[in-house]
Design a protein around this ligand. Structure first.
Ligand code: APR
Length: 247
């Protein structure tokens, strides 16, 4: 692993602008269940059963129970060394963008500042009728309320569900930055959900050198320049350390 970390550090050392994309795996060592791993189910429901507008229309209370369960886990969780290594990488980079698929706010809690939330944030709510966005009421896990807006509409988590469009400004801003990047780091994502899954291929087409850190092979493991199959909380700090010591 050390050799690959050195190779990754070499790629980052030569880059004045770095694009990092993270997924649920970067929060796994904070105790946050990933979506497609062994811990990915909740009461035998998969994320595809719950994270959809149809599921919310059909049973808003069930969807809110799942989100309350996740909110309560996340509130008790702490950022882990992977999150802090991303903060350090941002600090030492001339130009830096973090695109996260995660909605858990842990990157921001760790201190990341230039962050784009591709799938929203679990600690915001949005009215299903008027679209007003506000901070999410954090429920006691046992509560079964479905919060409502002043307009009477049901409040839903301000996240992107399956079948919904990504906020166009965030996607455009991500691609604009990717076009300027000299290195891409892909960390803790299975790379199967679009359009985030397009990022590795776009980077390849642009001739940008890329690094993957994940626990299992992904559709882009064979096309990245360095693929490190190990825990983000162990690998990212090693890469950042190698980057700073050899400078
Ligand atoms: N370190 C590195 N990688 C890890 C770790 C870890 N400690 N633990 C798990 N992983 C890897 C898993 O091997 C898996 O490939 O993280 C990946 C997580 O994949 P998913 O659970 O599919 O999560 P993600 O890729 O973020 O899903 C994308 O799908 O469900 C939607 O909106 C949801 O943002 C999510 C999107």
């Amino acid at each position: 692993m050390q050799e690959e970390c050195q190779q990754a550090a070499e790629i980052l050392r030569g880059a004045s602008s770095i694009f990092v994309m993270t997924g649920a795996g970067v929060s796994a060592e904070s105790g946050i269940p990933t979506f497609r791993g062994a811990d990915g189910l909740w009461r035998d429901y998969s994320v595809q059963d719950l994270a959809t507008p149809e599921a919310f229309r059909k049973n808003p209370r069930l969807v809110w129970e799942w989100y309350r369960w996740r909110q309560n886990i996340i509130i008790k969780a702490q950022p882990n060394p992977a999150h802090y290594a991303v903060v350090e990488l941002e600090r030492v980079s001339e130009h830096f963008l973090l695109l996260t698929q995660n909605v858990d706010n842990l990157h921001q809690r760790a201190g990341s500042s230039n962050v784009l939330e591709l799938h929203g944030n679990i600690f915001r709510v949005r009215c299903s009728d008027c679209g007003k966005v506000s901070p999410s009421p954090c429920f006691a896990e046992a509560s079964c309320d479905v919060p409502t807006c002043e307009c009477g509409g049901l409040l839903r988590p301000d996240v992107v569900w399956f079948g919904e469009a990504i906020p166009s400004t965030i996607w455009t801003e991500s691609l604009d930055y990717l076009n300027t990047a000299q290195a891409v780091v892909l960390c803790g994502t299975s790379g199967v959900v679009w359009p985030a899954a397009a990022i590795p291929g776009i980077a390849k087409e642009l001739g940008i050198r890329s690094i993957e850190i994940n626990l299992e092979p992904t559709p882009f493991s064979s096309t990245v320049d360095v693929s490190i199959m190990n825990k983000a909380g162990e690998v990212l700090p090693r890469i950042v350390k190698a980057l700073s010591t050899a400078a």
